[in-house]
Design a protein around this ligand. Structure first.
Ligand code: V47
Ligand code: SF4
Length: 369
């Protein structure tokens, strides 16, 4: 049955109207977004999202050969949902040396990887030079490696400790070789939620301002949303609305990445998200964020199988080979630590899509047709 007939036969008037809006390319309101979340009609919402995705990306689904490097897990901020960040005296605390970081970059480089995603805890003893130095050294040794490093939370922290503006910090990092910012640290922008889960780090407005300045300087960025803890559907929609407004203003976001919360070993506790919620969140984000080019089904938080289904419900990207994911594994995810290029190609093919190896900026490296 085609999408037009499914919409025509939808008995819920409001869902039918939303479907008609989608077909006409009209923007969904916050109320529409909320209605979709509450509708409980995953197959309908997923079908609409996949229709939008296919208009944009056809049969293609993207991945990148990359590596995540977390230089340290020592963190000042102690967010209650995070099992990765620990205090300096914790027996699990570690800090990689520059040589260790460069060895990891080299391993990835030799395998043909051209992106490193560098983020970590925020140690009390690091100065601005630590952050800038890591970027500079990676770029000096591997000039054609794309350095996607430091979340808005880390940039905000650098500004705070050095008494410099976001613009000054981002210019310094760009001069050192920074190519893009990852999307971490967004969590949920609502002040109510942040007071509970992340009271000490950059606020939602500060996160958005860092990305605004990055875009102004020509640094592309990604955006995330950590869902499935204490937030309401209204707060998810409000989060996406703020991202959509900033994207209207700057156009600098490349991809939206919903991150499913994993509770193990966290102070916040709670339970895992359901697969239905995961898929609904992917689908609603594809429909609502009409100005975001890509939606990522991050296999680390979704698990490989749900990520495959998500590629048929609005997502067009599954992130990368990663090699050694630590943050979500600290909180109990059961996915692999990393995947080979061949495995990602297979996962995407099994999902019925054509795998496309991309670079950080979504330029095509190779199509596996
Ligand atoms: O900001 C922390 C999240 C993020 C947990 O930009 C948790 O391409 C689930 O942002 N359960 C870091 N999630 C990861 C991230 C990311 C990952 C992949 C690609 C990109 C990109 C960005 O991980 C943190 C936080 O939101 N996180 N603890 C947890 N218990
Ligand atoms: Fe630190 Fe980031 Fe974990 Fe918060 S989420 S405790 S800032 S590592």
């Amino acid at each position: 049955m085609d999408v037009y007939r499914v919409i025509e036969r939808q008995r819920d008037t409001r869902l039918r109207q939303i479907g008609e809006k989608v077909l006409k390319g009209e923007r969904l309101s916050a109320e529409d977004g909320l209605y979709l979340f509450r509708s409980g009609q995953l197959t309908y919402v997923g079908m609409l999202a996949e229709w939008v995705n296919r208009q944009r990306n056809g049969q293609y689904a993207y991945f990148v050969v990359n590596r995540q490097i977390n230089p340290t897990n020592v963190c000042l901020y102690q967010c209650s949902f995070c099992a990765f960040g620990v205090t300096k005296s914790d027996p699990r605390a570690y800090e990689l040396t520059l040589e260790e970081i460069l060895r990891k970059v080299e391993e990835t480089y030799l395998q043909g990887g051209r992106e490193v995603h560098v983020v970590g805890g925020i140690p009390p003893h690091w100065t601005l030079d630590h952050y800038v130095g890591i970027v500079k050294e990676i770029k000096k040794r591997f000039p054609d490696m794309v350095v996607k490093a430091w979340t808005a939370v880390e940039i905000h922290h650098m500004a705070k400790i050095s008494k410099k503006s976001y613009e000054e910090i981002l210019r310094m990092l760009k001069d050192a070789g920074l190519d893009a910012l990852p999307g971490g640290g967004a969590e949920i922008f609502s002040e109510r939620v942040r007071r509970i889960i992340a009271p000490y780090k950059a606020s939602g407005e500060e996160y958005l301002q860092v990305h605004r300045v990055a875009h102004k300087l020509g640094i592309p960025t990604n955006a995330t949303m950590l869902y499935g803890h204490v937030e309401t559907y209204e707060e998810r929609v409000e989060h996406m609305l703020k991202l959509r407004e900033l994207q209207d203003e700057t156009g600098g976001f490349q991809v939206f990445i919903p991150l499913a919360y994993w509770p193990e070993g966290t102070r916040l506790g709670g339970s895992r998200t359901s697969s239905v919620d995961d898929l609904m969140t992917i689908a609603v984000s594809r429909l609502f964020l009409d100005n975001f080019p890509h939606i990522k089904a991050y296999w680390v938080t979704l698990g490989e199988r749900v990520a495959q289904v998500a590629l048929n419900m609005g997502a067009d990207d599954i992130d990368g080979t990663i090699e050694e994911e630590k943050i979500v594994h600290s909180a109990g995810t059961t996915s692999a630590y990393g995947h080979s290029r061949d495995k990602l190609v297979r996962l995407i093919k099994e999902a019925g899509k054509v795998p496309v190896e991309r670079d950080t900026f979504y330029r095509v490296v190779r199509i596996f047709s």
